[in-house]
Design a binder for this molecule. Structure first.
Ligand code: PLP
Length: 392
């Protein structure tokens, strides 16, 4: 066969989707698998959101829409950012894309040229480095391990910046660690980024999933200067249990918003038209949406606390109590196995699927998603304990 392109040869497939696929294949073959790999709520999309989409479909909202999104959705997004964060954006500054993943990629394409450097704190969401590479830019990974609560320090950021640095990626609450930056922590990082004229891509897709009173902050709220250098990426998948709908959002300074829309116009056109009407209902029928979100948050919080306390009962495992998203990121380095070996032996021996920390740029850890049933969590963590006992 003809040789593949450098793009195709250099991209690594998503390891989280790969572990999940392997777990699902084992389950399909009749194995009793406890899956902690998928980064998706186990809840269904709330009924009123589905109803709005069905109504749109039935009333003929089946044509192309404006590339950056339908007007009512962009208006509803502008209203949301004003109400939630006091941020004043025009509807024209929003771009609705087919998934938050694509929103991230377009943001990178709009801000980075080949050779530019992008600072990515590790542990990172698996797609960031690959997307940066697919823009011809260079990922600069900076490890923030559990000694700093998986949070980048201003000194680490300062040390990683070079004249080629264009963009800093911040993801709080974080996938894979669940870490949530406090306001002073995020302000300090923002100050360093602004001092060096960087753009900040703030991936806020887990903005509503916080616990223990932790609050999500956006760098865009800190100052006029920060507002002008921040691009906020978010989406409907995690908060509203809408992973399959493929709806992501970006809000950016006007010239960047225009560039993102132009890139999208040549790459996919608009996100699915009738799906966007469901998203309008998610934002506008706030009481119903908030009630559904509350139900999910109560369940996630219960599972978070349970999983955390069970993990820390296992000799050799140390796990921080993360305040956001739906992941825990236990330290397994005491077992002396690579995280890939640990996970593949765990899946083989106990049929428990977890994602190795190395996939997120952090050796010696596992990512466990607790967006799964209480029963699976209880069974899975006791199998994990059994497995760990065989290693000691
Ligand atoms: N950003 C982060 C940190 C994520 O974890 C995800 C999903 O896993 C996304 C963005 C993209 O989500 P989606 O493309 O499903 O909207």
């Amino acid at each position: 066969p003809a040789p593949l392109s450098s793009w195709a040869l250099n991209v690594s497939p998503s390891p989280t989707l790969a572990v999940d696929a392997k777990a699902k294949a084992l389950a399909a073959a009749g194995e009793d698998v406890c899956g902690f790999a998928a980064g998706e709520p186990d809840f269904d999309t709330p009924e009123h959101i589905k109803d709005a989409c069905i109504a749109a479909l039935k009333s003929g909202k089946t044509k192309y829409a404006p590339t950056p999104g339908i007007e009512p959705l962009r208006q509803a997004l502008a209203d949301k950012y004003l109400a939630d964060y006091g941020l004043k954006y025009a509807p024209s500054q929003f771009i609705v894309s087919p998934g938050g993943k694509f929103s991230c990629y377009l943001t990178i394409l709009a801000t980075c040229s080949p050779g530019d450097e992008v600072i990515i704190p590790a542990p990172f969401w698996v797609s960031y480095p690959e997307m940066v590479k697919l823009a011809g830019a260079v990922p600069k990974l900076v490890l923030a391990d559990d000694s700093t609560g998986f949070k980048l320090t201003p000194a680490q950021l300062e040390a990683a910046i070079t004249p080629k640095t264009r963009l800093l990626i911040i993801n709080s609450p974080s996938n894979p660690t669940g870490a949530v930056y406090t306001k002073p922590e995020l302000e300090a990082l923002t100050a360093v980024a602004l001092k060096h004229n960087l753009y900040i891509m703030s991936d806020e897709i887990y903005e509503h999933l916080t616990y223990d009173g932790a609050k999500h902050y956006s760098p865009a709220t800190f100052s006029k200067e920060a507002f002008d250098r921040t691009i906020i990426v978010s989406g409907f998948a995690k908060t509203y249990a809408m992973t399959g709908w493929r709806l992501g959002t970006t809000v950016a300074p006007p010239h960047i918003a225009k560039a993102i829309s132009e890139l999208q116009s040549q790459m996919t056109s608009n996100a699915t038209t009738f799906a966007q009407y469901g998203a309008v209902a998610a934002l506008k029928e706030k009481e119903k949406t908030d009630a559904a979100l509350k139900t999910m948050l109560v369940a996630f919080d219960r599972r978070r606390k349970f999983l955390h306390s069970e993990l820390n009962k296992i000799p050799g495992i140390k796990c921080l109590l993360a305040e956001g998203a739906f992941y825990l990121f236990p330290n397994i380095s005491s077992f002396g196995l690579s995280s890939v070996d640990f996970c593949s032996r765990l899946l083989e021996a106990e049929k428990v699927a977890a994602v190795p920390g190395s996939a997120f740029g952090a050796e010696g850890y596992l990512r466990l998603s607790y967006a799964t049933s209480d029963e699976i969590i209880a069974k899975g963590v006791s199998r994990l304990a059994k497995f760990c006992a065989t290693l000691k």
